[in-house]
Design a binder for this molecule. Structure first.
Ligand SMILES: [Zn+2]
Length: 209
C-alpha cells in the first residue's frame, strides 16, 4: 500500500519499516529465537555520514529538553521567524528580543545583544572570556570540546545546550506569548542552576558560586 505524503515523517518512517521488517526476516528470526534488536535498529537507521556535532547531543549531561532544542537547532529545523517568514507563515522576520535585526538562529543565539550578555555571564562561571563568534564557528568549537572529558569542556558543552534552550524559551514565552520581559540576569541564573543541578559533583566544583 503506498504511503500518503501528507503523513508526518515519524508515521512515514514507521510505515516504511514494514518492508524493512520483511527484508530483515524479523518474523522468522523471532521464531528461531535469533532475533537481534541491535541489528534491526542499525538496519532501520541506514547508512549516514557522521556529523561533527554528534557528541554535543550524545555526550552531554544537559536536560533532555535542552538537548532536543539543540538537536533541532543543529538540524536547522527550529521555527525562527526568518524560516517562518520565508514559508509565508510569519508577517515579519524581526528579532523579538532586540527588534533590530532578522531573527535567524545565528542572530538569536549569538549576535543578539541579549545572547551576548547571556554567554558572557555563563562563561564567567567557568573562568572563560566570551569571544563573539558566528553560529558555525561556535558549533565547531563546542563540537571539539565535546570530545574532551575535562570538567571545563563538559561544562562548556552543557552551558551551550542549556543557554540555547533558555534563549529559545525566553524568546517564546516571555516575548511572543506573554510579552513580559524577563531580566537577563534571571535567565542566566536559570541556566547556571540547571547546569549545576545536572553536572557531576566533581565537575560542579569548577563552577564559580
Ligand atoms: Zn536580536
Amino acid at each position: 500500500m503506498p504511503i500518503p505524503q501528507r503523513l508526518s515523517w515519524p508515521v512515514k518512517k514507521i510505515l516504511n519499516s514494514r518492508d524493512l521488517f520483511q527484508e530483515f526476516n524479523a518474523q522468522q528470526m523471532l521464531e528461531r529465537k535469533v532475533f537481534s534488536i541491535k541489528k534491526l535498529y542499525k538496519c532501520m537507521q541506514g547508512e549516514h555520514d557522521k556529523v561533527n556535532w554528534r557528541r554535543i547531543i550524545c555526550n552531554n549531561s544537559a536536560s533532555p529538553k535542552a538537548i532536543f532544542i539543540t538537536w533541532l537547532t543543529l538540524h536547522d529545523k527550529l521555527a525562527t521567524k526568518s524560516r517562518l517568514y520565508s514559508g509565508g507563515i510569519a508577517p515579519d522576520k524581526q528579532c523579538v528580543l532586540c527588534e533590530n535585526a532578522d531573527e535567524t538562529k545565528s542572530h538569536l543565539f549569538f549576535d543578539c545583544p541579549t545572547a551576548n550578555i547571556v554567554w558572557k555571564i555563563c562563561l564567567q562561571q567557568i573562568r572563560l572570556t566570551y569571544h563573539k563568534r558566528n553560529f558555525c564557528d561556535e558549533v565547531q568549537l563546542v563540537a571539539n570540546r565535546s570530545h574532551n572529558k575535562s570538567p571545563q569542556a563538559q561544562l562548556y558543552t552543557m552551558f551551550f545546550t542549556e543557554a540555547l534552550y533558555r534563549l529559545w524559551t525566553y524568546r517564546n514565552s516571555s516575548l511572543v506569548f506573554a510579552r513580559v520581559k524577563v531580566d537577563t540576569l534571571v535567565l542566566c541564573k536559570q541556566i547556571i542552576f540547571n547546569v549545576a543541578c545536572r553536572c557531576a559533583e566533581d565537575v560542579r566544583r569548577l563552577l564559580i558560586v
